[in-house]
Design a binder for this molecule. Structure first.
Ligand SMILES: Cc1cc2nc3c(=O)[nH]c(=O)nc-3n(C[C@H](O)[C@H](O)[C@H](O)COP(=O)(O)OP(=O)(O)OC[C@H]3O[C@@H](n4cnc5c(N)ncnc54)[C@H](O)[C@@H]3O)c2cc1C
Length: 323
């Protein structure tokens, strides 16, 4: 079995174990969050040995070429000597606004000393100020807004979402890393119709993507579906209705599974609603964000309706299920 060398000590991997699992089993804690190869918090460098290519999924070519990899999805095939990556430098951010958007979603605005270089729709990794536990949150803002905006849903017994809802106060200093992710708008075809589908706080990246597309002069139709179990789970309805009223190519469709849909919205299962409303997605560009199971189902459904896989961008909000 491969041996991992880290900070001068050797650790033996078990069959089928990832580098992160092996280090954790030996009591060695390195930064990590989603444990699914998405958030890139556990980015690590192999200073000796070659990491498997699958463990470099989603990393920039320049990083992969330098033997960086994600420890949470790396099942080593040979001995590796590791060094923690210095590519994702943490910067300090201060909470400047905290507003409840509905009964379970809080909007947090952050100010950084140096502007963060990001594209709307990407996400950042945020450390709990006391415990250092790290979680990913999508950016709902545009760089020109001058603040970073997060929409955080309360998860029962959630460590970091609980902090944001119950304990976070204006002036709190947080350590943030990033930006990360490739779910963002590019102006490669200004006339392509765009379908944006968000579940719950999946609206956060789409809010940035929609506004970014308009700022960059997108001319094609933009249809935004924001889904929730019931109307109480929706938010930004007035703001998005106003945006649609001001830009005739923007269509905002709030969707609820239970109860009456708001004005101009739809009631029913999101996949069925989309199938009925957008049966032919040939030529469309699609963005799907939020709950991982729903996102994966919708990606599949959009592909079946004719969207090209390379035109489907997604941000599944994967979460760690390890006890
Ligand atoms: C790329 C990316 C972007 C994200 N963007 C956002 C965002 O913009 N807004 C947002 O609110 N969240 C977002 N998330 C999810 C976020 O990172 C956290 O997973 C979430 O806030 C829960 O963290 P926690 O520390 O509060 O809960 P934890 O302490 O990690 O979890 C507490 C318990 O709840 C379970 N759990 C955790 N999350 C869920 C869930 N969603 N549904 C059901 N059970 C759950 C855990 O398995 C655990 O048992 C994103 C995730 C990723 C990977």
């Amino acid at each position: 079995m491969p041996v991992i060398t880290f900070e001068g000590k050797e650790y033996h991997c078990k069959e089928g174990e990832t580098v992160l699992e092996s280090l954790t089993r030996h009591g060695v804690l390195i930064p990590s969050a989603c444990h699914s190869g998405v958030c890139q918090t556990c980015i690590t460098k192999a200073v000796k040995g070659t990491p498997p290519v699958e463990s470099q999924k989603g990393l920039k070519d320049t990083l992969a070429d330098q033997n960086y990899f994600l420890a949470c999805i790396c099942k080593p095939e040979e001995d590796l000597e590791l060094a923690l990556a210095d590519v994702s430098k943490a910067i300090e951010a201060t909470i400047t606004e905290k507003t409840l958007l509905n009964e379970s979603v809080v909007r947090i605005r952050l100010q950084t000393e140096q502007p963060l270089d990001y594209i709307a729709g990407q996400f950042i990794n945020v450390k709990h100020p006391e415990t250092g536990v790290t979680r990913s949150y999508s950016l709902a803002s545009l760089p020109r807004d001058g603040f970073l905006e997060l929409h955080v849903k309360r998860v029962p017994d959630g460590h970091v979402s609980g902090y944001f809802h119950d304990d976070a106060a204006l002036g709190d200093k947080l350590s943030i890393m990033g930006p990360v992710g490739d779910c963002f708008y590019t102006d490669r075809d200004l006339d392509q119709p765009l379908l944006l589908v968000g579940v719950g706080t999946g609206l956060a990246p789409l809010h940035g993507i929609l506004r970014d597309a308009l700022v960059r002069g997108h001319r094609g139709e933009i249809h935004l579906f924001h889904a929730s179990l019931a109307t109480q789970g929706l938010y930004y309805t007035d703001e998005l209705s106003a945006l649609a009223a001001k830009n005739e190519q923007v269509h905002y469709i709030p969707c609820v599974l239970h109860g009456d849909a708001p004005h101009g919205g739809e009631q029913g299962d999101l996949q069925q609603v989309l199938k009925k409303s957008k049966p032919d997605l040939k030529g469309w560009r699609v963005y799907v964000c939020g709950d991982p199971a729903i996102v994966n189902g919708l990606k599949q459904a959009c592909f079946m309706s004719g969207a090209n896989m390379t035109d489907i961008y997604s941000d599944p909000f994967v979460f760690d299920v390890t006890p």
